[in-house]
Write a protein that binds this ligand. Structure first.
Ligand code: TXA
Ligand code: MG
Length: 342
């Protein structure tokens, strides 16, 4: 099967393919999703096969309105509605108890809860309205690879395995949505994203965060958190303070292996870039770094010679928590200042 690249004005073709049980990658404000009709079990099964995703890792159900959620989920209605009114469409995924029998175990991974999100992308909202069904949508990457922030990334991973990709340009945020479990007290963030704990607390009061690295033998609250993620073939080493970059470069040169630099312009402009095999700019802010992180990791993955990636860390708060969560996973928590201490 040849994967078609569709423009946002070719929605009817995308809707038709989805209605026939085929897979179509769709744009969101966070990352591209791998879409299937959430009410079609066979289509949802194809999502796992195309991604190479373990079957116990449940899928997010993408809706075009809060009302659509209540066909499939039940309370806590008040807290959920308040959050949806304030932050939807947007980068917030809400876990709710499923109405018994309303979603297949293929979608829920056998859990009694499911994840719901209304993405902030006009094309995708129109697509869901056209289909009149919600879309399941894990990130449209091969399992273990960084999530796709451009249609090209989706094509690289899934060409020939899905019917079409709707290309709506690079995504705005670049990191996946905040996943909030509303079935527990207090509500708990299972995956940090662009929407911060503080913003959630403004609406529903105390929220806790539980996205520690899952240990061997532990049952994770979000099944996806136990899998290795975002890991390029090279070893990523996080440089937490910009002023440590010269020392980090010196250290990596002593290893006598080709390395790459992933940092903001301010950092890159004071380094001798000729020493590096490759460089990728994260722009000039935390926002641009979040937007570009996955694209940078993917770029370096195309060059098998690169053995180390020195990547800029960011302060672990607000959007920085989401950025550091992804970067720590890609680095297996390897930081330059830990190496130095050893
Ligand atoms: O920004 C996003 O959320 C993107 C775009 C496409 O919407 N989607 C995305 O989906 O990142 P995915 O499948 O890559 O990540 C969903 C995460 C996984 O860690 C999964 O385990 C967790 O949400 N999850 C889904 N349903 C859950 C449930 N019922 N309980 C706990 N965790 C759940
Ligand atoms: Mg994913």
């Amino acid at each position: 099967m040849e994967t078609k690249i569709l423009k946002p004005n070719q929605l009817d073709q995308a809707a038709q393919a989805l209605a026939q049980g085929q897979l179509v990658a769709f744009p969101t404000e966070t990352v591209y999703g791998l879409g299937a009709d959430a009410t079609n079990v066979a289509a949802c099964q194809k999502v796992y096969a195309a991604k190479g995703r373990p079957s116990d890792n449940p899928l997010i159900v993408h809706v075009s309105s809060p009302q659509m959620v209540w066909q499939y989920a039940q309370g806590p209605v008040a807290a959920a509605e308040q959050l949806m009114q304030k932050y939807w469409p947007g980068p917030l995924t809400i876990i709710l108890p499923v109405r018994p029998g309303c979603l297949s175990t293929t979608v829920t991974g056998g859990l009694k809860t499911a994840a719901f999100r209304m993405p902030d992308n006009a094309t995708t909202l129109a697509l869901i309205d056209c289909l009149q069904k919600p879309l399941v949508g894990p990130s449209a990457n091969t399992s273990g690879k960084p999530s796709p922030t451009m249609a090209l990334h989706v094509k690289h991973d899934l060409n020939g395995r899905i019917a079409a990709i709707i290309d709506d340009g690079p995504t705005k945020v670049g990191l996946e949505s905040t996943v909030l479990d509303l079935t527990v007290t207090p509500p708990t963030i299972l995956r940090p994203g662009a929407l911060t704990l503080q913003e959630l607390e403004k609406v529903i009061g105390t929220v806790q965060s539980d996205h520690h690295q899952v240990q061997a033998g532990e049952i994770p609250k979000a099944p996806g958190m136990k899998y290795k993620h975002y890991a390029p073939q090279a070893q990523v080493i996080i440089v937490d303070h910009p002023q440590d970059f010269p020392a980090a470069v010196k250290w990596v040169q002593q290893q006598e292996m080709p390395f790459a630099l992933l940092a903001e312009d301010e950092v890159l402009k004071v380094l001798d870039l000729t020493a590096a095999q490759a460089t990728f700019s994260l722009g000039d802010s935390l926002t641009s770094a979040s937007h570009l992180l996955f694209a940078g990791l993917r770029k370096f993955d195309l060059d098998p010679q690169i053995k180390y990636i020195l990547a800029q860390g960011e302060p672990d708060q607000g959007l920085g928590s989401a950025y550091m969560n992804r970067l720590n996973k890609s680095a297996g928590n390897q930081h330059f200042n830990h190496l130095e201490a050893n």
